[in-house]
Design a protein around this ligand. Structure first.
Ligand code: SF4
Length: 179
């Protein structure tokens, strides 16, 4: 089961997108200085039955759905992603993970929708453990990266690093760092 502790609609997690973000709990990572320790706990509601009604509520105003964390049930995470992809094919999907290497996320990013083999299931991938000394994505010294999946090709998965968009003038990520 994938559980979540609330959701928000924001411009600040994925540049150039209006994103509905779900805060996923049961985070398997144990970053030192974790900014949201509650997300490490087994708390919150089952996301699977809730995700489509919530998206439907905000659908007219959003362009992207972001899973802030992968939780501890990858099958359930994939079911949620496919549910979004199959019911709202025009919405992009993003995943924030504490994993350090994009290749470690191929359990998700290696899956593709049935609609079009050239269309990735996950368009945006944030990787990297949270390091309080380096800060989150909004800090130019961050170790975290936001990658964009541009086209198919195992060697070119998530080949576009768009982290610097967070540092551009006018893009204020003043929200606390997440997942
Ligand atoms: S990935 Fe995020 S929520 Fe999980 S331990 Fe690290 S900082 Fe905390």
């Amino acid at each position: 089961m994938i559980k979540y502790l609330g959701y928000t609609v924001t411009f600040q997690e994925i540049p150039d997108e209006v994103t509905l973000c779900f805060n996923i709990t049961n985070c398997p990572h144990r970053c030192i200085g974790c900014h949201s320790p509650e997300l490490q706990q087994d708390v919150g509601k089952d996301l699977e039955p809730d995700i489509l009604p919530i998206i439907n509520k905000y659908y007219d105003g959003i362009t992207c759905v972001c899973f802030m964390g992968e939780g501890n049930d990858l099958d359930a995470l994939l079911r949620c992603m496919y549910s979004v992809s199959n019911n709202y094919p025009d919405l992009k999907i993003a995943l924030y993970t504490g994993l350090d290497n994009a290749l470690d996320t191929q359990y998700v990013t290696g899956h593709h929708t049935d609609r079009d083999i050239h269309e990735p299931l996950v368009s945006y991938l944030k990787i990297g453990k949270y390091d309080p000394d380096k800060g989150g994505l909004s800090n130019p010294s961050t170790n975290q990266r936001l990658l964009y999946h541009d086209y198919i090709g195992l060697e070119n998965f998530f080949d576009k690093d768009i982290t610097s968009k967070f540092w551009q003038k006018g893009f204020h990520n003043d929200k606390k760092d997440t997942v």
